[in-house]
Design a protein around this ligand. Structure first.
Ligand SMILES: Nc1ncnc2c1ncn2[C@@H]1O[C@H](COP(=O)(O)OP(=O)(O)OP(=O)(O)O)[C@@H](O)[C@H]1O
Length: 661
C-alpha cells in the first residue's frame, strides 16, 4: 500500500501548482500514516463469524473470517486483509462473550514479543462446553514493564471501556474512574474512534485533548499517532486561555483563586461589560449632500434596548448598531421620496455622526482591560458584584496594588480564565467538534466554562476521579461540573477495574478514600501479580534521604521504570542526594528509556503518570505541602497510586493515621 502511494505520478492529473501542492501534501501524509513500525504488528486479532456478516443467518451459510488490526490493510487486488479495529465488524472482538457471542464462532488473540508473533489464544464463543477463561495475553499486556511514553491499548480494550470508546459523536460522556482504570486510554481511543466514524465532519471542526500539564501531554502524545491519527491538537486549560496579549506571571492565594474561579464571576463580568452601554440622550444627525437626516434619541434608545434584549455578543451588537441606525436614516429617506440602496446604508453607517453615536452608546470593550478594571477598581467591582459576591469576596479578588496596564499586570492563571470569559462576551469563541478533557476534577467552574465554549456546538469526553481532585476548587460532583461545561445531558459512566495498581497497593491507598471522597467505589485490581508494598520507618530523620536513594537503587535492579515521588519542597534536597550518589535521573516531562529509567517526580506533577516501581518519600511532607488536610491526603492518594509493580514508602515523620498499621 505504501509503495502504491509512493509511486503515484500526479504530473498529469493536477490542473495547477496549487492543486499539485495540496495533493502532494496529502500523499506525504498518507505515506507517513502507512509507515512501517517495526514493533507494531499489522493485526492482533481474528474473528471467525458463523455466517456472512449482514446476510440472513441461514443454516449452513458460509462464515467469514476477519483479521483485526490498528488500520485497514488490503492486498494488491484491493481486497481487505486486515480490518480496522474501529470498523463495525471488529466490534465483537471487544464485546462478544460466551453469553452473547455476536455470531462469532472463534475469537483469536495474537501475542507479540518485540514485533514477532509468539503466541495466540482461542475462544470458541459458541461452544457451550468450553469454559470462559480470562485472557493470558491481556494479563501479559497489563504486566508488561512501562518504559517510554504511554502505549495504546487497542488489542485489549475491555467491554466496559469499549462501550465508552464507541459511544456516538452526538453526546458528551463523563467517566468517573479511580486510579489506573484506563480513563486516559479510553479517552484517547474514543477520539481515534470518532475520527474514524466521523472523519469528514471532525476534519472540518477539529478535535482537542486537554491535559493537566505539559509533562502529562508529553507522556500521552504518542498514543494517537500510533493509532494513525496525526491531527489531534493538545493543550492545557492554561494554554487554551492565555492569548498573546496576556502572559501569566502571577499566582493567587487559594482563597482568591476560589472566588475568581467561581461561576458567579461570569455574571459579574456580564454585568460589567453591559454597563458600558449608555442610553442616548442626543439625536443622530446625518448630513448627506444638502439634506440632514435626524434620528431622535427615543428611537436610538429603542434600537439599543432591542440589542440588549437579544442578548447577542457585545461585539456583534457593536457591529450591528451602525447598520441599524443607518437603516433608520434610510427609512426616513424613503419616506421623503428618495430611493437609496444598500450602498447608501453602508455609507451612512460609516459617517462620523453615526460612528460617534455608536462610540458613545456602545463603545468597544477590550476584555483584558475590563478584567483589569474589575480587579483594580473597588467601586467598579462593587457596582457589578452587588448581590453576587460578598464584600469579603470582593476584597479577596481586588489587587492590593492596582496594575497600571494590561502589559504591566501580573496576571494569574485564574485571571486569564476571566479574560477568556470576557473575550467570549465580546465575540463568540470558536467551537471544535470534539474535546477530551482529562483530569477534569481539578477544574474550577470558570475553567469548565472556558472548555465548554470550545465544544459548544460539539461534544466532549470528560474524564476524572473526584478522589484525585487537588485544587482548592476541585469538583465535588460531576453534575455540577457538567452544568458549568454546558453539557448537563451527558451520561456519567463509572470504571472500577484497575489495570495499573497491584491489589495490595490499591488496598493500602484506598484506606484514604473515606477521608477524601466518601462514597466512591474502591478500584478492583485486575492484575494477577499481587505486587509488592513496603512501608518503612527511618528512625533518624537525617538518614531518610540516604534510605530513599538506596530504595531507588534497589528498584532499579528490577526491569522497567522507577519514579521517586516526593513533596515539591523536598525535591531539591533529593536531587542533590541523587547527584551525590551518581544516580542519573529525569524530570517528568522527559521520556524514560532502557538507559535512563529513574524519574524524580514532584508530587504536584505525578497525576496521570505511572512507573513500574515507585519510591515514595515522606508522605507527611506530601500532605503538609497542600493548603488543607483533605487536599494533602488527596495528593498523597495520587502519589500512592502511580505504581505498576511495586511501591516503597519511606518515612521519618509519622504517617497519616489512616495509613498506620
Ligand atoms: N484494557 C486495557 N488493556 C491493557 N492495559 C490497559 C487497559 N486499560 C488501561 N490499561 C493500562 O492501565 C494503565 C492506566 O491507564 P490510564 O492512565 O488510562 O488510567 P487513568 O484512569 O487515566 O489513571 P489516573 O486516574 O491515575 O490518571 C495504563 O498503563 C494503561 O495502558
Amino acid at each position: 500500500m505504501r509503495e502504491d502511494v509512493q509511486s503515484l505520478d500526479i504530473r498529469d492529473v493536477t490542473a495547477n501548482w496549487v492543486n499539485a501542492a495540496v495533493l502532494e501534501a496529502q500523499i506525504e501524509e498518507r505515506i507517513k500514516a502507512l509507515a512501517d513500525l517495526s514493533h507494531t504488528p499489522l493485526f492482533f486479532g481474528r474473528l471467525d463469524y458463523l455466517h456472512v456478516v449482514g446476510a440472513d443467518q441461514a443454516e449452513g451459510a458460509e462464515g467469514e473470517r476477519f483479521y483485526i488490526g490498528r488500520r485497514h490493510v488490503h492486498d494488491a487486488d484491493g481486497d481487505p486483509m486486515v480490518v480496522d479495529w474501529r470498523a463495525p465488524v471488529s466490534q465483537p472482538f471487544y464485546r462478544a462473550s460466551k453469553k452473547d457471542p455476536h455470531d462469532v464462532g472463534l475469537r483469536r488473540r495474537f501475542g507479540y514479543t518485540a514485533g514477532e508473533l509468539t503466541a495466540y489464544e482461542d475462544e470458541h464463543l459458541s461452544d457451550p462446553t468450553e469454559a470462559a477463561t480470562t485472557s493470558k495475553l491481556l494479563q501479559a499486556e497489563i504486566e508488561r514493564p512501562r518504559v517510554g511514553p504511554m502505549r495504546d491499548i487497542v488489542a485489549t480494550i475491555q467491554p466496559e471501556q469499549d462501550e465508552i470508546v464507541r459511544s456516538g459523536l452526538g453526546g458528551t460522556v463523563c467517566v468517573q474512574g479511580g486510579p489506573g482504570t484506563g480513563k486516559t486510554a479510553v479517552g484517547l481511543h474514543r477520539v481515534a474512534y470518532l475520527l474514524y466514524a466521523h472523519r469528514e465532519r471532525l476534519a472540518r471542526t477539529g478535535t482537542l485533548v486537554i491535559g493537566p500539564n505539559a509533562s502529562f501531554l508529553h507522556y500521552i502524545e504518542q498514543v494517537l499517532p500510533a493509532l494513525g491519527e496525526l491531527e489531534v491538537k493538545q493543550a492545557t486549560v492554561e494554554s487554551l486561555v492565555t492569548s498573546a496579549a496576556v502572559e501569566v506571571r502571577g499566582t493567587d492565594p487559594a482563597g482568591t483563586a476560589v472566588v475568581k474561579g467561581d461561576a458567579r464571576m461570569a455574571e459579574v463580568l456580564r454585568r460589567a461589560i453591559r454597563s458600558h452601554v449608555t442610553l442616548p440622550t442626543e439625536p443622530v444627525v446625518v448630513v448627506r449632500g444638502s439634506r440632514r437626516w435626524r434620528v431622535p434619541a427615543y428611537e436610538l434608545e429603542e434600537l439599543v434596548r432591542q440589542l440588549l434584549e437579544r442578548d447577542m455578543r457585545y461585539g456583534a451588537a457593536h457591529e450591528a448598531l451602525p447598520q441599524r441606525i443607518a437603516h433608520a436614516v434610510l427609512v426616513r429617506m424613503e419616506e421623503a421620496g428618495e430611493a437609496p440602496d444598500d450602498r447608501v446604508q453602508d455609507a451612512v453607517a460609516r459617517t462620523p455622526a453615526v460612528k460617534a453615536a455608536v462610540k458613545a452608546m456602545w463603545p468597544p470593550v477590550d476584555p483584558a482591560k475590563l478584567v483589569l478594571r474589575l480587579l483594580s477598581d473597588a467601586e467598579f467591582l462593587a457596582a457589578h458584584a452587588e448581590g453576587l459576591l460578598t464584600p469579603e469576596e470582593q476584597g479577596a479578588i481586588l489587587w492590593a496594588k492596582p496594575a497600571r496596564s494590561v502589559r504591566a499586570a501580573k496576571w494569574s492563571a485564574a485571571d486569564a480564565v476571566l479574560i477568556d470569559e470576557a473575550a467570549d462576551l465580546v465575540a463568540r469563541t470558536h467551537s471544535l467538534g470534539h474535546v477530551v478533557l482529562d483530569e477534569a476534577q481539578d477544574l474550577s467552574p470558570m475553567q469548565y466554562r472556558a472548555v465548554g465554549r470550545r465544544c459548544s456546538t460539539g461534544s466532549a469526553t470528560v474524564l476524572g476521579d473526584l478522589a484525585q481532585g487537588t485544587t482548592p476548587w476541585a469538583t465535588a460532583s460531576w453534575a455540577d461540573a457538567l452544568r458549568h461545561l454546558g453539557k448537563s445531558d451527558a451520561v456519567v459512566e463509572e470504571l472500577t477495574a484497575g489495570f495499573r495498581v497491584p491489589r495490595e497497593v490499591i488496598a493500602y491507598a484506598s484506606r484514604l478514600l473515606p477521608l477524601i471522597s466518601p462514597g466512591l467505589a474502591e478500584v478492583e485490581s485486575v492484575r494477577e501479580s499481587p505486587g509488592s508494598l513496603s512501608v518503612r520507618r527511618v528512625v533518624d530523620p537525617l538518614a531518610l534521604g540516604a534510605a530513599v536513594v538506596a530504595a531507588c537503587v534497589e528498584s532499579l535492579t528490577h526491569e522497567g521504570s522507577t519514579g521517586l515521588i516526593a513533596a515539591d519542597a523536598r525535591i531539591p534536597l533529593l536531587a542533590g542526594l541523587l547527584d551525590a550518589a551518581g544516580l542519573p535521573y529525569l524530570s517528568p516531562g522527559e521520556e524514560t528509556t532502557a538507559e535512563a529509567r529513574l524519574t524524580l517526580v514532584p508530587a504536584s506533577l505525578a497525576k496521570g503518570l505511572e512507573y513500574d516501581y515507585v519510591v515514595l518519600d515522606e508522605p507527611a511532607a506530601v500532605v503538609s505541602g497542600e493548603p488543607d488536610e483533605r487536599t494533602g491526603l488527596r495528593r498523597l492518594y495520587v502519589a500512592l497510586t502511580r505504581a505498576v509493580s511495586g511501591l516503597s514508602v519511606l518515612h521519618a515523620t509519622p504517617l497519616p493515621p489512616a495509613l498506620r498499621a
